[in-house]
Ligand binder design. Sequence first.
Ligand code: NAP
Length: 228
Amino acid sequence: MMSESWHGRRAVVVGAQGGVGKVISQKLRQRGAHVVAMVRKPYTDPAADLEVVLSPLSDQASVLEACRQVARGPVDALFVASGAYAGGTAIEATPADVFEHLLWTNARLPYYLLQGLVGPLREQKGRAVLIGALAAEEPRAGQAAYAMAKAALHSMVRSAGRELQGSGATINALLPSVIDSPENRQAMPKTDPSLWVSPGRLAELALTLADPAARDLQGALIPVRGRL
Ligand SMILES: NC(=O)c1ccc[n+]([C@@H]2O[C@H](COP(=O)([O-])OP(=O)(O)OC[C@H]3O[C@@H](n4cnc5c(N)ncnc54)[C@H](OP(=O)(O)O)[C@@H]3O)[C@@H](O)[C@H]2O)c1
């Protein structure tokens, strides 16, 4: 499916300064969307031509307040590309603050974002696209906290898909295996990065799910494996 023009559509990107979120934002701008970046830190690229909503996004109140600012305009699409990873630690050795950070970023934050923006998305018959993780469906030792948090996000997407059924709005999630990022190249120097999922290809899939023509896809968790 070829993504059509985004002229006249307003898209919200959370995690817009991350590896994937930045590419999603760029592609949306190139195709003519009005892009709203929900960010914790001032946007670093002044030439990016985005509407920026700056918020600590650190608790329910701050997330909902940021959503109220966003909802001053229509919301045709919401991309949740924020996320955090920590792993390689057994359950008994995982510090509470690491566990809580993973739960907040990967599960609670997306839930409150949806709480704040599902109304505007319904109004526009819009598209929510979230980035989960294949690791939650095929977990490995040392990833319990991360897998648990992303599994919660996956479950939310499936439930929210039921809630949105018949509304014209949709919610779906992409579940990448490993993304080709500078951090992963550094952490796994012996692995061929062409096996991984490039941010560009993942962003392209995200835009495809947000296309008006994708209206029949609802509550789906879509594995994006690359060549792994
Ligand atoms: N990298 C992988 O191999 C991999 C594999 C599977 C799934 N994923 C998922 O794919 C998505 C995109 O990954 P990526 O590689 O682009 O990640 P990334 O480069 O690390 O970017 C993560 C983004 O999330 C934002 N963020 C982190 N914690 C936040 C918080 N508490 N509140 C608000 N924003 C927060 C960061 O904002 P700041 O700029 O403010 O720090 C950053 O923009 C994420 O959901 C990730 O979990 C990644």
